[in-house]
Design a protein around this ligand. Structure first.
Ligand SMILES: *[C@@H]1O[C@H](CO)[C@@H](O)[C@H](O)[C@H]1NC(C)=O
Ligand SMILES: *[C@@H]1O[C@H](CO)[C@@H](O)[C@H](O)[C@H]1NC(C)=O
Ligand SMILES: *[C@@H]1O[C@H](CO)[C@@H](O)[C@H](O)[C@H]1NC(C)=O
Ligand SMILES: [Zn+2]
Length: 425
């Protein structure tokens, strides 16, 4: 009877899982189930339009849109900045005066090349935390997102493109729940070690996969490891991405490696919290680096949350702290301003969320974003140019093999479950 009961649980378990919609995926609370792979037709239908998952991005030979945009942008990249070693500064023969404003070298956040916007490394509002998490979507994140929802707390998620590709419904949840989404590259490389063109590809395809999956295109990014210099800043800025760094680091990702303990991570958070208690944020706020990486980093964020709330007057998404009410290229999505947020309006404008709908086999949001180059637009203060190329046809989930990857509830399983149930009674 043991195996019968087991089969029954298995059958009922798969009955309960809807892995075809954001709401269905968000309802799964078992991280083991959450983290088992699934296919999502709007993504599987477009796999050939993206670099392979878990590989460094390259501009695809077939992608004439990306090639044209890159040709346009490439002339804006400074030519006097060398590609850096992937291993970082040690042993690298570099001018110690830091002519490239290389954050990894000197924590430089004010570009030295003309025409580049400064990084955001703290927030201008006093006693305010620009709250955010890197490296998601982490497949097992539902308990954490539930926690944020229970507190009516919004945050900024810096998503890795390949994670969005692999866990699209989890990425949708961030937008549906009213959080802000920024880019954290396609494959998490040290960006200053890449060629201009590959750095472009890392950012471009991250923007495109987030657009495909959530319907919106970010206008902010965070470099993995903070590894940015004026060459990389120029490429990101030409793509319309504002650079968000930090001044406090929880180093939560280090837990469990080299004997790093929870107490050490707590102490990293405490450093910022003590600075707050000592009045360091009385004239401007802070940003701390934390991760949506695994159970530990998210549980740690939950555990520390009450203390964060007791030290800061306001804990808001980074974009809200900057009054960035249009966080995306698409202007139909509006975030609350800082004033609105701190007076209780925590949600994006209703009806803004327009995620792909596969319930009837179509996807209305699949056209890639045509990214206008903001430098050019700003200098002429002209509106964005019209799309340069017709978008490819919307994918139709009914005419490809994607659906076979789906976790559908087989009628067989249901029939077996009913039979076993009757047997058990
Ligand atoms: C982390 O895992 C523990 C043990 O399974 C669980 O109780 C806890 O709710 C999890 N935390 C999060 C944020 O998922
Ligand atoms: C945000 O808007 C408020 C109200 O208009 C203003 O007081 C504040 O200075 C703005 N903050 C930023 C960073 O622009
Ligand atoms: C499917 O849904 C889309 C978006 O809601 C809609 O535009 C389209 O007409 C629908 N197609 C069918 C066949 O119902
Ligand atoms: Zn990261």
């Amino acid at each position: 009877m043991h195996s019968t009961a087991f089969l029954l649980i298995l059958a009922v378990g798969s009955w309960a899982q809807d892995r075809t919609t954001e709401a269905g995926e968000a309802a799964i609370k078992d991280p083991g189930v959450e983290c088992s792979p699934y296919g999502y037709p709007p993504v599987t239908a477009q796999l050939s339009a993206f670099p392979p998952s878990a590989q460094r991005a390259k501009i695809l030979p077939s992608d004439t849109t990306a090639q044209a945009l890159w040709r346009d942008i490439s002339s804006k990249v400074p030519t006097n900045i060398a590609v850096k070693p992937a291993s970082g500064p040690p042993g690298y023969n570099y001018d110690g005066s830091d002519p490239d404003c290389w954050w990894t070298w000197s924590r430089c956040v004010s570009p030295k090349q003309p025409g580049l916007e400064p990084d955001v490394a703290d927030v201008p509002e006093p006693s305010t935390l620009g709250y955010g998490f890197d490296d998601g979507p982490y497949c097992g994140h539902n308990l954490f997102y539930d926690f944020l929802a229970s507190k009516d707390q919004k945050t900024t998620f810096f998503f890795i493109g390949t994670n969005v590709m692999d866990y699209p419904l989890e990425a949708q949840r961030a937008v549906v729940d009213g959080h802000e989404v920024c880019v954290h590259t396609w494959s998490h490389p040290p960006m200053t070690s890449l060629s201009n063109e590959d750095a472009f590809a890392e950012l471009y395809y991250s923007m495109q996969i987030i657009k495909l999956v959530t319907g919106v295109t970010p206008t902010c990014w965070r470099p993995p490891y903070g590894d940015v210099d004026d060459r990389i800043r120029a490429i990101a800025q030409a793509l319309g991405l504002q650079n968000i760094l930090w001044k406090y680091d929880s180093d939560d990702w280090q837990f469990g490696s080299n004997g790093v303990t929870k107490e050490q991570i707590d102490a990293n958070y405490e450093k910022m919290l003590n600075d707050g208690r000592n009045g360091l944020f009385d004239t401007k706020g802070a940003i701390i680096l934390s991760h949506e990486l695994n159970n530990f980093t998210l549980q740690e964020a939950i555990d520390i949350y009450p203390e964060i709330m007791s030290v800061f007057k306001h804990v808001v998404p980074v974009g809200v702290a900057l009054n960035k009410t249009y966080p995306y290229v698409e202007k139909d999505f509006v975030l609350p301003s800082f004033e609105e947020y701190i007076h209780g309006m925590h949600t994006a404008t209703p009806d803004d969320v327009d995620i792909p709908d596969v319930s009837n086999g179509t996807n209305g949001n699949s056209s890639p974003t045509t990214i206008s180059t903001p430098n050019a637009a700003a200098s002429s203060s002209a509106p964005s140019p019209p799309p340069q190329a017709p978008p490819p046809a919307a994918p139709d989930a009914s005419d490809n093999g994607a659906l076979t990857h789906f976790t559908f509830i087989s009628p067989m399983i249901v029939a077996t479950a009913i039979a076993l149930w009757m047997l058990a009674c």
